[in-house]
Design a protein around this ligand. Structure first.
Ligand SMILES: NC(=O)c1ccc[n+]([C@@H]2O[C@H](COP(=O)([O-])OP(=O)(O)OC[C@H]3O[C@@H](n4cnc5c(N)ncnc54)[C@H](OP(=O)(O)O)[C@@H]3O)[C@@H](O)[C@H]2O)c1
Length: 222
């Protein structure tokens, strides 16, 4: 019985990935901070016949990441970690508050690193595993009013490329997806995107990620 873990699985792309990967894996484990969101997501997934469990984990806390990984590997045959959780704050570079800068670096960069470390330890013991990093086209090129988000996603890309080389011999596969704007709660409190009708459907992005990850390590959109 193979299981996949999705961070930030209570909404947006994470939930869409759970629907798609729920057809490929026997069980999906969703994590996030907001229990209500996770419970709603679990109900939706179970209505679609996906076997699902949830766990409240703040990925910015390495202790929580480690404890969760220990529990999850003890109870399940985990084959895949999708590092999807992320936050974005946008605006002229000099206007971002220290709290916004900290939140983006802590979540997007350190959260991805702490979760990856926690899982790599167990994947090495098992002799196999896969990590899929949800990055963004903001990890490929700079964009106006996205400087710190750009910095965080470039950092995840660098981390991912390093891991891929380091873990090739350990039979742990490291994949990355770089997509543009999607219609998710990510934009709810933001005026950064003026024409939201151009945002893509997260379910179709999730399906393309699952399909393309069978053929390539770097999944590029647009
Ligand atoms: N939407 C876009 O246009 C777009 C484009 C390219 C890339 N992306 C990337 O796609 C990923 C998913 O974003 P989304 O668009 O689906 O937005 P979203 O619906 O806001 O999802 C982000 C998720 O991250 C979780 N999260 C945030 N901080 C966390 C923490 N400290 N610990 C655990 N979970 C945390 C949130 O759950 P809780 O609140 O429950 O913690 C939330 O469910 C992000 O990495 C984002 O950068 C988004």
């Amino acid at each position: 019985m193979q299981a996949a873990v999705i961070t930030g699985g209570g909404s947006g792309l994470g939930l869409a990935l759970a629907k798609v990967y729920g057809k490929k894996y026997d069980k999906i484990i969703l994590i996030g901070r907001n229990l209500k969101k996770l419970q709603n997501a679990k109900r939706l997934l179970e209505d679609e016949g996906v076997s699902c469990s949830i766990d409240q984990v703040d990925i910015t806390d390495p202790g929580q990441a480690d404890d969760f990984a220990k529990r999850a590997f003890h109870e399940n045959a985990i084959r895949l970690l999708i590092n999807n959780a992320g936050v974005g704050h946008f605006g002229p570079a000099e206007t971002l508050s220290p709290a916004q800068v900290h939140e983006m670096i802590d979540t997007n960069v350190k959260g991805t690193i702490f979760m990856s470390q926690a899982f790599i330890r167990h994947f090495k013991e098992k002799g196999a595993g896969e990590i899929l990093q949800i990055i963004s086209t903001a990890g490929l090129r700079g964009k106006v009013n996205e400087s710190v988000y750009n910095a965080s996603k470039f950092a995840v890309r660098g981390y991912t490329e390093g891991l891929r080389k380091e873990l090739a011999a350990a039979d742990i596969s490291i994949k990355a997806a770089y997509m543009g704007g999607m219609d998710t709660p990510f934009w709810v409190n933001s005026s950064h995107i003026s024409d939201k009708s151009r945002l893509r459907d997260p379910l179709s992005i999730a399906q393309q990620i699952a399909d393309q990850s069978l053929e390539t390590d770097d999944i590029l959109f647009d």
